[in-house]
Design a binder for this molecule. Structure first.
Ligand code: FSX
Ligand code: SF4
Ligand code: SF4
Length: 328
């Protein structure tokens, strides 16, 4: 499915990066292009994103309005995004998107911020992307998660979803909590924590939703999906609503330790540097993501190097992956 209408977003001149800020970032258009070119190759998505990013730069990077709302989450998804090394997150925030609302990083607060939120949603109706981080608690009329207030009226996560999701051009459910309910929806779930797609289905909201799960998601998954959305439209999604580009491969089938598994060389402790982690509870066989090649912390390591995969990108997480660890 290609969703074209969000591609040509006329962003007002005053929303472009002011000259003084451009100078402060110290990153020229040319250097950014260089960084991005190196990055895309480095993270193994050159064929997809390199030309896309270059096109974006050629077009002058019309900055795309994003409204980012936090519901029931730990803010780990935002922290993960802010850890993006290549392209530098400052470039993404200042040159590619126009972040109009983000509770953790924005300077404004209170009623002014909330009024701005609704004004932006109206101004860019059908063209902005709504990013949801964290689950939506539907129990008790949504009162478990108050996003803000206007005129002493509490605005819940449920209210925001009902009002803003239908106005958005696309919705990105960032993190497993937003995608499938995740940790807030674990056994017990007194708050009625619900993922974005399920909520949208119940409420009859038709806006396309892209799930970018992970607890937290890899920054490349967030930035890559966003760039794909801006330049090529909605990426191809699997049955769980995730871009196949990042979530199309099974971890176990591609794991560097698969040969050890085949030879019956199994780790007995987490501190064992070698061996397959199957006997310690590794959920790689049930998990679809490209962590095995993308790795984390700017390509330094990944869960299986020092621990096990706990299946954090799967719809059943965390109950379906529990117990995370098992003694060998
Ligand atoms: Fe959930 Fe985001 Fe896990 Fe946390 O806020 S995906 S709890 S890492 O970070 O929503
Ligand atoms: Fe599979 Fe996990 Fe063993 Fe890797 S460590 S081969 S993902 S069971
Ligand atoms: Fe999540 Fe497994 Fe990837 Fe670790 S290796 S980030 S637990 S999917």
């Amino acid at each position: 499915m290609v969703f074209n209408s969000i591609k040509e977003v006329p962003v007002k001149d005053e929303q472009q990066l002011p000259e003084v800020q451009q100078k402060k970032t110290g990153v020229s258009r040319r250097n950014f292009l260089k960084t991005v070119t190196g990055t895309a190759a480095g993270i193994g998505i050159s064929q997809v994103f390199n030309p896309v990013l270059i096109q974006a730069l050629e077009k002058g990077l019309k900055r795309h309005p994003i409204i980012w709302i936090q519901g029931q989450g730990c803010t780990g998804c935002s922290v993960s995004l802010l850890n993006n090394v290549s392209p530098p997150i400052a470039d993404v925030l200042l040159k590619v998107i126009s972040l109009q609302f983000h509770p953790t990083v924005q300077a404004s607060e209170g009623e002014i911020a909330m009024e701005h939120l609704y004004a932006v949603a109206e101004e860019y109706k059908g063209r902005f992307s709504l990013v949801i981080e964290g689950a939506i608690p539907v129990a008790e009329d949504g009162k478990y998660c108050i996003v803000g207030e206007i005129g002493h009226k509490e605005i819940t996560m449920v209210d925001i979803m009902k009002e803003l999701a239908p106005k958005a051009g696309s919705v990105l459910a960032i993190g497993t909590c937003a995608a499938y309910g995740g940790i807030p929806a674990a056994e017990g779930n007194v708050t009625g924590a619900t993922g974005v797609m399920d909520f949208a289905k119940t409420e009859g909201i038709k806006t396309p939703v892209v799930n970018i799960p992970g607890c937290p998601p890899h920054p490349d998954w967030i930035v890559g999906s966003l760039l794909h959305l801006l330049e090529k439209g909605i990426p191809e999604l699997d049955d769980d609503g995730r871009p196949t580009l990042f979530f199309g491969e099974n971890i176990h089938d591609n794991c560097p330790r698969l040969a050890m598994y085949d030879e019956g060389e199994l780790s007995e402790t987490l501190s064992d540097p070698k061996g397959c982690r199957m006997d310690l509870g590794c959920k790689g066989p049930d998990t679809y993501a490209d962590c095995y090649k993308r790795k984390w912390n700017d390509g330094l390591n990944w869960c299986v190097d020092n621990s096990v995969c706990i299946g954090c990108v799967e719809p059943g997480f965390p109950d379906g992956s529990s117990p995370f660890y098992e003694p060998a």
